[in-house]
Design a protein. Structure first.
Length: 229
């Protein structure tokens, strides 16, 4: 299946593009499910997504939960948007808050299983759910997540490809996370290999077609391994 073209709109234009009765619920369902997927992988304890390796390292040194670490780092990353001249949208701010809250809420009711097979199920389920959540969030077309905006901002400023910039950023956060004692393992590798194809698979079904006036705005292809964060 070929790449999906998403309309690149400013924060006000995103809201004026119509179909908010579909796009807003889809946005928040996607963000909540993304937090659930993080919690599933965390309880599986077989490796986390690259940025979550960093988050899990932070909580070893700060008196905060994994969800609070997600929120904290989201706003730290948003500060880096300022020199990059990236503009946040409703989806950006919602992402910074909802994913972490959803992750902590899920962890409050989900215990870590003892059986390895159940931990593998949580890990695989977390990756699959993350791909679906990513498609829901991105397809709502209400703004990039903090970490995606950092990627696109650096790519625009440096002239490098999105793939290269994303790889460099995620290698950097994994290294920092490991140095802080973060959780890395098979789940980290599985996530890196599967999240792009999974999101690309589901994205066409959940990309909301916007109004005719919005479609006149230049579009951009989804990166090879799109993420909502």
């Amino acid at each position: 299946m070929g790449p999906v073209n998403l309309v690149d709109l400013g924060p006000i234009a995103q809201l004026r593009a119509g179909r908010l009765s579909r796009r807003l619920p889809q946005l928040y369902v996607g963000l909540v499910l993304y937090g659930v997927s993080l919690a599933l992988m965390y309880r599986g304890d077989l490796g986390l997504a690259p940025w979550d390796v960093l988050h899990s390292g932070l909580i070893r040194h700060l008196p905060i939960t994994i969800g609070q670490a997600v929120v904290l780092m989201s706003f730290v990353v948003l500060l880096l948007w300022i020199p990059l001249r990236e503009t946040p949208g409703l989806g950006t701010i919602s992402n910074a808050l909802v994913v972490g809250i959803s992750a902590d809420a899920t962890l409050a009711v989900l215990a870590k299983p003892d059986a390895l097979v159940l931990r593998v199920v949580l890990m695989v389920g977390g990756v699959l759910l993350c791909g679906l959540a990513s498609a829901l969030y991105i397809g709502a077309q209400l703004g990039r997540g903090p970490r995606d905006g950092l990627m696109t901002g650096f790519a625009r400023r440096t002239g490098r490809s999105l793939r290269l910039v994303r790889t460099c950023l995620e290698v950097a956060v994994v290294v920092i996370g490991v140095l802080l004692g973060g959780t890395i393992g098979l789940g980290t590798v599985l996530y890196a290999l599967a999240i792009g194809p999974l999101t690309q698979l589901w994205l066409p079904a959940f990309t909301v077609e916007l109004s005719a006036s919005s479609r006149s705005v230049p579009t951009h292809p989804v990166p090879p391994s799109p993420r909502p964060r």
